[in-house]
Design a protein around this ligand. Structure first.
Ligand code: GTP
Ligand code: MG
Length: 195
């Protein structure tokens, strides 16, 4: 898949702002700071398209990136960030859940987890929901560049076990820094979009 055209088409703080058509969408979910926005940037080959931050809670809206006039990648706020008020947390959770539950355009949901850490209870709940909802259950294990080679298999196994992932082929170790596995994910995205 060649990415020829990228446009930040819409920044949505509420449902009425979602694009109104039937274009296929792929969404990226995960804890705050796991690297969702960085993934989108590196995948699209644009450094600062999606705003990122070393502090959790950067993305606070649903951001729709329109690719090749063909499909969208959707960046969502993260969940599980402890250091914001309950009201703020509830607001992000509502935004995320409303989109995931109600968006008819949604073709596939990728769960992002940090390769260094065991997935949390919230990650497990999200993954269970993804599977129950009939999505494939792809997992992107981010920040691959931050662990040593010798540790990788152990961490992948831990993630697979904790989330109860059916097949190791569903997990992709990824690095926004080195773009490790970008080619494999590009192929996967193409398959999903063309299905
Ligand atoms: P929220 O929008 O707050 O939910 O976070 P997010 O999931 O979008 O994370 P974001 O992309 O903003 O990245 C968080 C931090 O992790 C930033 O400092 C990124 O530079 C860093 N980061 C993300 N992915 C990688 C990676 O693959 N490798 C390394 N080394 N750092 C990464
Ligand atoms: Mg973000």
């Amino acid at each position: 898949m060649k990415i020829k055209q990228i446009e930040l088409e819409q920044v949505a703080g509420f449902k009425a702002q979602w694009p109104k058509d039937e274009m296929v969408e792929l969404a990226f979910v995960g804890r705050s700071n796991v690297g969702k926005s960085s993934f989108i940037n590196s995948f699209l080959g644009r450094k600062n398209l999606a705003k990122t931050s070393s502090k959790p809670g950067k993305t606070r809206t649903i951001n729709f990136y329109r690719i090749n006039n063909d499909f969208r990648l959707v960046d969502l706020p993260g969940y599980g960030y402890a250091k914001v008020s309950k009201a703020e947390k509830d607001k992000w959770d509502r935004l995320i859940n409303e989109y995931l539950h109600e968006r008819e355009n949604l073709r596939e949901v990728f769960l992002l987890v940090d390769i260094r850490h065991e997935p949390t209870t919230l990650d497990k709940q999200m993954y269970d929901w993804i599977i129950e909802s009939g999505f494939t259950g792809f997992v992107i294990a981010t920040k691959y560049d931050k662990i040593s080679r010798g540790q990788i298999q152990k961490h992948i196994k831990q993630i697979k076990k904790k989330l109860n992932i059916a097949d190791e082929g569903l997990i992709f170790a990824y690095s926004s820094e080195t773009k490790h596995n970008k080619d494999v994910l590009e192929e996967q995205v193409e398959v999903i979009v063309k299905a």
